[in-house]
Design a protein. Structure first.
Length: 517
């Protein structure tokens, strides 16, 4: 990310002019439901920093505001999302704002690129912000016991400060030594202490001015852009025995490139482009990560509606490393990636777990999140829900209803006839569970869409949802009843159809197989 106005705004305007002809086409292309990129649709989410922890991939992102002020980046906080399937993303709150660093950082804006890492049960979130009373930035760190917070600033000062010292990337090597990389146009690194909150070495400049490192460097072009291949947004990781350093390259507009080394301290050998310029954005920022045996490149573009160079959104592509461990050139797509697993509808799922959406907004913090602004014309899509062979027959949603409306459940398309309808009355500011039977049992794998309708302007908040394999009139059979029935299966007329069952129910006094999982 470019943060210094006196250096970058002329470059920005040139890049905007170059991309201006594509804006209309971009906006028109964003209306298709089948598109999976960008992956977060309720906010602008630039500078993605993925981190794998156990079975979960956490996505730490910056936040471009809906309204750009003074024709420049307008960024007031940092956000967190997570996934277990790579296509449905759960909002985990806004764990950091400029107020977290109130002892040293400029307030209400300039919340720049960041990266978070876990060590010994603590989470360390390194961020860039402008220092109070100064025009240059600093890199600070916040610490928490959980990725969603709450976070505190333990040292009340920046770890690093100075011109062009932005975009932190943190890496823990095999020997346990942690490193912090950072920089714009120039690149530095320093060793971190075991506490992850102080430096134990002087900063060292990485050679970005040699053909054996990042590419040729011969000063600046006539328009003021640097000729060095390295621009900003360093991203460090290790694959096999090679260290990989990815970064935004080539001046503005940026593309994504990488170099490799046998040691974390270099020397680095330039390997080439990984991705071209981001659509409708003069910056590109992200990084690669391996998750559940798959390799993904995260990056941002400006392809959300009303998006652009100051309103950027996270995207993902999957790729296969070359046989020698190097990275291929990756083509940006609108299709994105395939799901790694399906959603289980028979356990609680969060309303803020979303594949695609329109008009809604996720809110909340580490105490609990939810989706708001559920009203006519808006929708939520959850991708790849597996209803199994028995099928779902009823649906429950926890709602907070401002004005009476009908909560609708559809499959495969938001234009299809609803299979579930909940008539939701006002709840006086309280959360309430509403349940309905489905018009027909649903089996197999489907995308699920949630919308509402009603007279006037009905509006609701949406906390969570769950399907059931039995109608609302069905009750659980007691352990005694199950033993007496010897787990035989009966149909709704009481006729025995099969020995053994997954779970037996009673409907209107008659034995029935409910297919409990």
């Amino acid at each position: 990310m470019i943060t210094r106005k006196d250096f970058s705004q002329q470059k920005v305007w040139r890049a905007l002019l170059k991309h201006s002809l594509s804006v209309l086409l971009v906006l028109l292309s964003c209306t298709g439901i089948m598109a999976q990129n960008p992956i977060i649709c309720d906010r602008y989410t630039p500078d993605p920093a993925p981190y794998v922890h156990g079975d979960t991939l956490y996505l730490f992102v910056d936040h471009d505001e809906d309204v750009t002020q003074n024709g420049y980046f307008t960024m007031k906080d940092w956000l967190l999302y997570s996934t277990v399937d790579m296509v449905n993303w759960t909002y985990r709150g806004t764990p950091l704002t400029s107020a977290t660093f109130s002892s040293w950082a400029k307030q209400d804006n300039d919340c720049w690129a960041s990266q978070c890492i876990e060590r010994n049960g603590k989470w360390y979130w390194y961020v860039t912000a402008t220092i109070k009373g100064e025009a240059y930035p600093g890199i600070g760190v916040a610490v928490a016991d959980h990725p969603a917070g709450p976070y505190v600033d333990p040292i009340k000062r920046p770890l690093v400060k100075g011109w062009f010292k932005i975009d932190p990337s943190v890496f823990i090597d095999d020997d346990g030594q942690a490193y912090l990389f950072y920089g714009n146009n120039m690149l530095w690194y320093a060793k971190l202490s075991n506490s992850m909150t102080s430096l134990t070495s002087n900063e060292i400049e990485v050679n970005t001015k040699s053909e054996s490192a990042f590419g040729p460097f011969k000063g600046y072009n006539d328009d003021g852009t640097p000729k060095t291949n390295f621009e900003e947004a360093s991203w460090i990781y290790k694959r096999g025995n090679k260290y990989h350093l990815e970064y935004a390259a080539g001046g503005v507009p940026e593309h994504w490139a990488y170099s490799t080394a046998d040691n974390i301290t270099g020397p680095w050998t330039y390997q080439g482009k990984m991705m071209g310029e981001a659509e409708n954005s003069f910056t590109i920022h992200g990084g690669s990560v391996e998750y559940k045996g798959h390799h993904y490149l995260f990056y941002h573009n400006g392809k959300l509606p009303d998006g652009g160079g100051y309103k950027r959104a996270t995207c993902i592509e999957e790729y296969t490393p070359n046989e020698d461990g190097t990275s291929p050139f990756i083509q940006a797509t609108t299709n994105g990636v395939a799901p790694l697993q399906h959603v289980n509808p028979y356990v609680r799922q969060e309303g803020e777990t979303i594949n695609q959406c329109y008009g809604v907004r996720c809110e909340g913090d580490y105490n609990g999140c939810y989706t708001t602004n559920i009203k006519s014309g808006n929708y939520i899509k959850v991708r790849g829900v597996d209803f199994g062979e028995t099928g779902a027959q009823s649906f429950t949603a926890r709602l907070r209803v401002d004005s009476k409306g009908t909560f609708l459940v559809r499959i495969d398309s938001r234009e299809r006839t609803a299979i579930g309808r909940i008539s939701a009355e006002q709840t006086n500011g309280e959360w309430q569970d509403f349940t309905c039977d489905l018009s027909t049992p649903i089996t197999g794998v489907h995308d699920v869409f949630f919308t509402i309708s009603g007279r006037g302007n009905p509006q609701m908040d949406f906390d969570c949802w769950q399907f059931s394999e039995v109608p609302t009139a069905v009750k659980e059979v007691s352990k005694e009843e199950k033993a007496e029935m010897n787990n035989d299966i009966y149909d709704v007329s009481g006729r025995k159809v099969q020995n053994g069952s997954k779970g037996i129910k009673i409907i209107d006094g008659k034995k029935y197989i409910g297919g409990v999982r």
